[in-house]
Design a protein around this ligand. Structure first.
Ligand code: SF4
Length: 461
């Protein structure tokens, strides 16, 4: 059997796409290898959201050149950089065999066949921006023994945020029919999955025959499913109906990732985010009223072109005011073809050292707030869905709370069980403690540390 290795960069959508690739390769009698050195096929599934991720991909590609020379391995690049660069990548990297965009994963066997049999260098980056698009369906058997899984419900984005490359690399929004989504969820539940995360670049603008709120409610009713999550959302699609779903269905986890991007209305306008800070806070207040204690996380871009010190202070104040549980904050980096990249010089680039200094200040504030949330839980009992053993200490167990806080604990509960854990210690990002009660056992015989094709999927932000 030939062996493959997939190196994944970026978001959860990419991790999920890599799993679909691994399923397609398994059907071609490829088996996974956890190291690239003995691979016959190496795929880099790439991210273009920030310059750094793209640079990392190019440096990994350089490292795999030796595998190409010694084993004659085939090397392909998929994902957002592939979509953005198309055949330019083949010119830039002479030892690259194929390039394919996110909409062409189903064509992977055909692409590899052409490379192997016809010795062609292949580029497949056409978008399928319509009902014609066929969402790759997860093979439920691949998920046997897993506790939590991702289910793609839509792809692409119809917004035009001026900093974002996604509309250029993932195309227009296409939603997956709700019956197809629910069938996949039911299949996953049958093999023991207890938590699903519905994913899409702009997931809460879902239009697959029912509203997104309805989709969440129907997913929560699938027998065996105990927790429902989703990512990632745009504030303007946080509807009253979605807020009501949080009020009425406890299986919808009390965690909302709601990207705000910055705390200044002027910068939000330049970012082409169609809300003001006041409107954002009003939505959030409604959500918190409907589900008290809900954990709220966000994305923030620091040093957007033209951002003044005063405007950055507004982002700091917003962070203090909202008291996010956590945030993913980054310095602005211009992405090809985006409005902000084209106008950066007009608006005034923020010097790199200023951006980095602002980011450090913001992250320090966020670490303090995150630490206050987790410290407040010491001495209390939290509900944990057990995912397996702790990666820090194999004698301990690992799981997450409904609010998506990670917990390492002493106990004997099997993967798939739901337990109560007494919290004894905390850091800003983790809780630690001991199991005090078993609330529910797993729904199927657990497979501890299942050997999955995705063991070869190395993910890197
Ligand atoms: S809504 Fe999200 S994915 Fe769409 S353009 Fe804006 S930042 Fe990018």
């Amino acid at each position: 059997m030939k062996r493959y290795f997939i190196h994944t960069f970026g978001c959860q959508m990419n991790v999920n796409d890599s799993l679909r690739m691994s399923e397609a390769l398994a059907k071609m009698s490829y088996e996974p290898t956890p190291v690239p050195d003995n691979a016959d096929l190496i795929i880099l599934n790439t991210c273009a959201i920030r310059e750094k991720a793209e640079d990392k991909m190019l440096s990994a590609l350089g490292r795999y050149r030796t595998v190409k020379a010694s084993r004659k391995a085939l090397i392909g690049v998929g994902g957002c950089v592939a979509q953005q660069e198309k055949d330019k990548l083949l010119k830039k990297v002479p030892y690259l065999d194929f390039v394919f965009g996110p909409d062409n994963i189903a064509k992977l066997p055909e692409i590899i066949g052409r490379v192997e049999n016809e010795r062609e260098r292949v580029v497949e980056t056409a978008f399928v921006d319509s009902e014609e698009y066929v969402f790759p369906r997860a093979d439920a058997e691949t998920s046997r023994g897993k506790v939590t899984e991702f289910v793609t419900v839509m792809k692409g984005c119809d917004n035009v945020c001026s900093f974002c490359v996604v509309p250029h690399t993932r195309g227009r929004e296409v939603s997956r029919g709700f019956t197809d989504v629910l069938l996949e969820v039911a299949d996953l539940a049958r093999v023991g999955v207890r938590e699903v995360t519905l994913i899409g670049q702009n997931v809460n603008s879902y239009q697959g025959g029912i509203s997104f709120a309805q989709l969440l409610l129907r997913t929560a009713e699938v027998p065996g499913i105990e927790r429902v999550r989703f990512t990632t959302s745009h504030p303007h699609d946080l509807s009253d109906e979605l807020i009501e779903a949080f009020r009425t269905q406890p299986k919808i986890c009390p965690h909302f990732h709601l990207p705000v991007q910055c705390g200044s209305d002027r910068i939000l306008k330049m970012m082409r985010r169609d809300y003001t800070v006041v409107q954002y806070l009003e939505r959030l207040a409604k959500l918190r009223e409907a589900r008290p204690g809900i954990a709220v996380t966000t994305d923030i871009i620091v040093g957007f072109p033209g951002e003044t010190e005063e405007e950055f202070e507004m982002t700091m104040q917003l962070t203090e005011q909202v008291r996010y549980d956590n945030q993913f904050s980054f310095v602005f980096s211009p992405r090809p073809k985006t409005g902000a990249a084209l106008r950066e010089n007009d608006w005034g680039p923020v010097p790199h050292e200023v951006k980095v200094a602002r980011l450090e200040r913001l992250q320090k504030v966020q670490r303090r707030i995150s630490g206050e949330y987790t410290a407040a839980l010491v001495g209390s009992e939290v509900e944990v869905l057990v995912e397996g053993h702790s990666k820090y200490d194999a004698t301990k167990r690992f799981g997450r709370t409904p609010e998506n806080r990670t917990v390492n604990f002493e106990g004997d509960a099997q993967a798939g069980a739901i337990v109560k854990v007494l919290v004894e210690r905390s850091t800003p990002n983790q809780l630690a403690g001991k199991q005090v009660a078993l609330l529910q056992g797993p729904t199927v015989a657990p497979v501890e540390d299942p050997v999955e094709p995705q063991t070869c999927v190395v993910a890197e932000a």
